[in-house]
Design a protein around this ligand. Structure first.
Ligand SMILES: C[S@@+](CC[C@H](N)C(=O)[O-])C[C@H]1O[C@@H](n2cnc3c(N)ncnc32)[C@H](O)[C@@H]1O
Length: 346
């Protein structure tokens, strides 16, 4: 049996429609990567939800994974909301994203389980309210990633998540994904003690570094969160400024969060015999969508915005034997880290 066939056998989530969407030119990185999607599928299978609500489907990649879990369990429905307000290249030139999502919903034969709702998440709430009121078992927030957008989505849908139900947030590490909102929300929930008083939190530092938060609701109390500085106006801004000044002056007041901390990494590529630099060497990281880096004239590649994790790189250079799966193990407690890879001449 080929490696591919083994994969398909092992993962029933990997349906033809999921594979098709994964391979569309527009799919990644806007869609979550396949490992994260697989995790969603598994989570849904464990939670056995009756109702999943997703905010932000893009073209339905994460959506198809949740829905596959529902189909396999034999019950449950999913509502997925998206503004569908720009077109993408899904292989036949520019096309409306809703059409793409509907095409693969049809191909996956899940029209009876999955409803796509076009519109802005907070605006369509009134049309959904009677169907979702107090019924959401799994809420996935992956729409407007600005702090304001994430806070709005959280406030609009939170009360309808059942006690014991789950809220998933994607893109929780701003340094890696460039999005601020999910992190600001998590930090806000923590700083107000809502985590752990009313919510449990597990942060999953995914291989691509974007990260997923799994939040579980343990209290039925209604909740509204407010962005400091917008909800509290001038007083909020004053407190924020004062806190910034204090933490700048007294490092001991700064929160130490190793998982969220970034490191600057230098990879030096050198000739194995002479130890001289190999400029122009090509480094590719398959874990990060084949991110490519080229060694500078001193044979060095400098990477910033990397979270503590282990990353495998494939390294090649003209006239040298390539090195596959060179491991850089980015430690949690050092801000600058150096690695050396030696290449043998052909
Ligand atoms: C990162 S993509 C979602 C990716 C998708 N969950 C996946 O992993 O396959 C974000 C999506 O959110 C949608 N979006 C952004 N703000 C929104 C809002 N306020 N209401 C509804 N959809 C929104 C965008 O149109 C976009 O398709």
């Amino acid at each position: 049996m080929s490696r591919e066939e083994t994969m398909v056998r092992k993962n029933s989530y990997l349906t033809d429609s999921i594979k098709d969407v994964d391979e569309l030119p527009c799919s990644h990185p806007a869609s979550v990567n396949i490992d994260v999607a697989n995790c969603y599928y598994s989570l849904a299978k464990m939670i056995r939800p009756l109702l999943i609500v997703e905010i932000g489907c893009f073209i339905g990649f994460s959506t198809l994974h949740f829905v596959q879990a529902l189909r396999e369990q034999g019950f449950g429905k999913m509502i997925s909301i998206d503004a569908f307000d720009w077109d993408v290249d899904a292989g036949n030139g520019q096309e409306n994203r809703q059409n793409v999502a509907l095409r693969y919903r049809k191909k996956a034969q899940v029209e009876d389980i999955l409803t796509y709702v076009k519109g802005y998440s907070t605006e369509v709430y009134s049309q959904l309210e009677s169907i979702i009121k107090n019924k959401i078992d799994l809420l996935y927030i992956d729409g407007d990633h600005s702090p304001r957008g994430v806070f709005h989505d959280f406030n609009t849908y939170y009360d309808d998540v059942r006690v014991g139900g789950y809220i998933l947030l994607h893109d929780i590490y701003p340094a890696m994904c460039g999005e601020q909102g999910p992190r600001v929300l998590i930090d806000h929930l923590k700083s107000r003690g809502l985590i752990p008083r009313r919510l449990e939190l597990l942060e999953l530092p995914t291989r691509d570094g974007f990260g997923v938060a799994v939040i579980r609701k343990t209290s039925g109390d209604s909740l509204r969160v407010h962005l400091l500085g917008s909800g509290f106006g001038l007083i909020g801004n004053f407190i924020k400024k004062a806190a910034r000044k204090l933490t700048g002056k007294y490092p001991c007041l700064r929160k130490r969060n190793f998982i969220g901390s970034e490191a600057i990494i230098q990879i030096n590529v050198v000739d194995a015999d002479s130890r001289t630099p190999v400029p122009g060497a090509l480094l590719i990281c398959p874990q990060r969508w084949d991110e490519k880096q080229v060694a500078d004239p001193s044979g060095t590649v400098t990477l910033d915005h990397y979270l503590p994790n282990r990353y495998l790189w494939n390294i090649s250079a003209e006239n040298y034997h390539g090195v596959n799966e060179f491991l850089i193990d980015v430690a949690a407690n050092k801000t600058v880290q150096q690695f050396t890879v030696m290449l043998e001449r052909v």
